[in-house]
Design a protein around this ligand. Structure first.
Ligand SMILES: NC(=O)c1ccc[n+]([C@@H]2O[C@H](COP(=O)([O-])OP(=O)(O)OC[C@H]3O[C@@H](n4cnc5c(N)ncnc54)[C@H](OP(=O)(O)O)[C@@H]3O)[C@@H](O)[C@H]2O)c1
Length: 135
C-alpha cells in the first residue's frame, strides 16, 4: 500500500494583482501536488502490483470538490484547490488503467485538521472572513 501525503499550500487566490507571483506559485503547486504524485505512483507501481494490499491512496482535499466550492462560495485557496482537482483526475485515470490488475486508487480528504500552521499567528483562519464557511 502506498499513501502520498505531501503538499504545498498557501491561501493564494486567482487575483490578477501580482501575475508573476501567481504563475510561479501555480507552477510550484503542480510540481509538488500533481507531478510529484504521478512520479511516485509510477515508481511504486511495480511493487504495488507484486504486493498483497494493492492500494494507492493520495491525500487530497474537499477544497477540490466543485459542488462544495459552488454551494459555499469558497474563493480562498483557488490555486491549491485546482492542483488537488488535477490530482483527483490523475488518481481516477490511474484507477481506470489499473482496476483490471486489482489495484485500488483512491483520493481521500482528511477533513479539517489543525496541524499547527497558525499556532503563532494572530488570525485564526477558521474565524477570518475568507474561512467563514467553516465557522
Ligand atoms: N490539514 C488540513 O486541514 C487538511 C485538509 C484537507 C486536506 N489536507 C491534506 O492533507 C495532507 C497533509 O497536509 P497537512 O495539513 O498535514 O500539512 P503539513 O502539516 O504542512 O504537512 C505537509 C507535509 O508535506 C511535506 N512536503 C511539503 N513539500 C514537500 C515536497 N516538495 N516533497 C515532499 N514532501 C513535501 C512536508 O514535509 P516537511 O515537514 O519535511 O516540510 C510535510 O510533511 C495534504 O495533502 C493536504 O492537502 C489537509
Amino acid at each position: 500500500m502506498l499513501v502520498t501525503n505531501g503538499l504545498t499550500w498557501k491561501p493564494h487566490t486567482h487575483s490578477g494583482a501580482r501575475p508573476d507571483e501567481l504563475t510561479k506559485y501555480m507552477r510550484g503547486l503542480f510540481d509538488i501536488n500533481v507531478i510529484a504524485n504521478i512520479h511516485l505512483f509510477n515508481l511504486f507501481l511495480p511493487l504495488i502490483l507484486k504486493g498483497h494490499a494493492k492500494k494507492v491512496i493520495a491525500i487530497s482535499s474537499g477544497m477540490a470538490d466543485p459542488a462544495f466550492v459552488k454551494d459555499y462560495d469558497i474563493a480562498v485557496g483557488s490555486l491549491y484547490a485546482t492542483s488537488k482537482a488535477a490530482l483527483n483526475m490523475i488518481v481516477a485515470k490511474f484507477s481506470a488503467q489499473y482496476k483490471q490488475d486489482d489495484v485500488l486508487f483512491l483520493a481521500l480528504c482528511p477533513g479539517m485538521v489543525d496541524v499547527g500552521h497558525y499556532d503563532n499567528g494572530t488570525t485564526i483562519p477558521a474565524c477570518s472572513e475568507d474561512w467563514r464557511f467553516v465557522c
